[in-house]
Design a protein around this ligand. Structure first.
Ligand code: GLN
Length: 239
């Protein structure tokens, strides 16, 4: 494999629910369809972040799973923060979205201290927020996903929302926002998986990764009929 784009998958054992692995598969497969080789590198507790990382992806998990990775994530925190500052593209879903923020107070009252790369804070609430979500964003148009979380997230001034919620709860159910962005890091509550149903977001991340690596990026026009169909079906599903 010549010079593959290196995708780090953070904590695939503990932080990988509601199809989040599909995000990694989508990035790798779409990179190949666009004519670039891809290599997926799982980073588990105790592992080092590989050098030459082009893209970082993390998923969601139960409060207990978050408790298992939180110390190890603190170990990686300075490197991840430096990479986020350096505009490495990243996608963090739900559980890791919360832990990339300052803190998450879980349902049992435990405070899990995040790495503070995202200026967000999360508190568990008694009502779980579950169901399909439709949001909209200037950059990606209509975003379709699935949420299942107890945490309500408040955005600070150093992030901007990923989108505005039309159907569903998103960050907190009060300010209408969904997700958070800082440089090229996207945090979101949306599982689904997110990227197979939202190829515009997948290609946005790919474009940045490829351009950072090779100075230019030539993405092909792909057949999106399957994702179009998945989006169409998801839109008809009740919450
Ligand atoms: N445990 C967290 C919460 O309930 C994250 C859930 C998830 O990743 N789906 O808010």
């Amino acid at each position: 494999m010549t010079n593959p784009i290196r995708i780090v998958h953070l904590y695939p054992r503990e932080m990988n629910i509601y199809g989040d692995r599909g995000n990694v598969l989508t990035l790798a497969r779409r990179l190949e369809w666009h004519g670039y080789a891809a290599q997926v590198i799982p980073v588990n507790r105790g592992d080092r972040l590989p050098t030459g990382t082009d893209l970082i992806v993390g998923g969601g998990g139960q409060d207990s799973g978050q408790g298992l990775v939180v110390c190890d994530l603190a170990r990686l925190g300075p490197d991840l923060a430096a990479m986020a500052d350096d505009a490495v593209p990243m996608l963090m879903v739900c559980g890791l979205y919360q832990l990339f923020g300052h803190a998450f107070r879980t349902g049992s009252g435990t405070i899990l201290h995040g790495i503070g790369v995202l200026d967000i804070e999360t508190m568990s609430s008694p009502r779980r927020m579950i169901g399909n979500v439709v949001a909209r964003s200037d950059d990606f148009g209509q975003i379709i996903g699935y949420e299942n979380h107890s945490g309500r997230t408040t955005l600070g001034p150093r992030v901007r929302p990923l989108g505005r919620v039309d159907v569903g709860v998103g960050n907190n159910g009060t300010d209408g926002t969904e997700g958070a962005r800082f440089n090229n890091l996207i945090g979101t509550y949306l599982h689904g998986s997110l990227l197979p149903k939202n190829p515009a977001i997948a290609d946005h991340l790919i474009q940045i990764a490829v351009r950072r690596r090779f100075d230019s990026a030539q993405l092909r026009t792909l057949d999106e009929s399957l994702s179009d169909e998945a989006r169409r079906v998801a839109l008809t599903r009740p919450r």
